[in-house]
Design a protein around this ligand. Sequence first.
Ligand SMILES: C[S@@+](CC[C@H](N)C(=O)[O-])C[C@H]1O[C@@H](n2cnc3c(N)ncnc32)[C@H](O)[C@@H]1O
Length: 315
Amino acid sequence: MLVAGVRSDDSPANGRRRWTPPRIGVLAMTSESSCVARAGSISAELGLPMVDSAEAWFDLLLLVGAESLELWEPGTDPFPLIPDREGLGEVRSPSVHPGRSSHVLRGCSGRETEAGRRAVGPLTIDFGHTGAASRRTVSASRAQPLARAVGLRRGTPTVVDATAGLGRDALMLASLGCSVVAIERSPVLGLMLRAALEQVAVNAERSGLPAPRLGLLVGEAGEVLEQLGEDRPDVVYLDPMYAGRRKSALPKKEMRILRRLVGNDADAADLLAVARRVARRRVVVKRPPRSRPLAAGVSISLTGKLARYDVYLTR
Ligand SMILES: C[S@@+](CC[C@H](N)C(=O)[O-])C[C@H]1O[C@@H](n2cnc3c(N)ncnc32)[C@H](O)[C@@H]1O
C-alpha cells in the first residue's frame, strides 16, 4: 500500500508473512576427517542435526568446510559428491548436478517442491581484507551517510550495533575508528561472524596493521543493552530486517537466505525503545528510503542511495 509516497510496512502485498524458524541441518563439505569433525562440533554447539544430504528435508543447510561456512537453501537435488581439485576428499557441491534426473529429496517429509529446482546460495560472511582501510578509504567513508549519522565527523564514538547481521556495517564503523560491539541473536549468524572476525584478526596480525576494535555478542540485543550500566555506548545502531522488498547492498539470493534465517524482525520498534533509553548520545536506524520511521521523534534523517538513516538524539 502506498500512502502519499510512503510505503506501509503492514501491507500483505509488501511481503509481511508469518515467519517460522527454519529447519537447519549441518553438512560436512568434504569427507575429510577434519572437516567432518568441525561439522560435528558445530552441530553440537548449535544443537542442530548433522545431515547426509539425501536423507532429510531442511529449509537451510549449513555447509561446513575446513575453513569456510556456507548457508544454502537446498534445491530438490541432493548435494552431489564430487572429487575436489586437490584430491583431499570429496566435495559436496550444490551447484553441480551431474546427470541427475528431476526428483524430490528422499525423506522429504511430505513437502513437494518444484522438480529439479537448484539450490540457492551460498550466504557467507567473509571480511576478506577489509578492516584495514587505507587513509583514502577512511576519508571517503567518513563522508558516507552512515558515518555522518553516527556522528563520526565530531570524533569516534563508541557504538553498539544491535542488529549485526552479516557484520558489514559494524566492520565499516570499526574500520573508521569507532569502538564497536556487535550483537546478533541468530546463533548461526553468530557462529559465522565469530569465524569471520577470527580471520580478520589473523589477517591484521599478518599484515601488521591494527585490527578493528570490533567485539561480538550473541543474544537478544534488548536484554544485552539493558544490562550495560556504565558501559552504555554513545551510539546504538539498528538495521532491522524490513518486511517489504527493498533494494539492498546484498544480492537477491543472499537476502532470500538471510530472510529465511531470521524473519522480519517484527519486534524492531521495541528494540528501538530500549536503545533510546540506553544510548548516551543517539540512536541511528537504517530504513528503506521511502518508508515510515520506525517511531516518531526523528531528529535528523540522512538519505543515501539504498537507505535512509534516522537519527534519534538522546540527550
Ligand atoms: C538486516 S540484518 C543487519 C545487517 C547488518 N547491518 C549488516 O551490515 O550486515 C538484521 C539482523 O539483525 C538481527 N536482529 C534483529 N533484531 C535483533 C535483536 N533484538 N537482537 C539481536 N539481533 C537482532 C537479525 O537477526 C538480523 O541478523
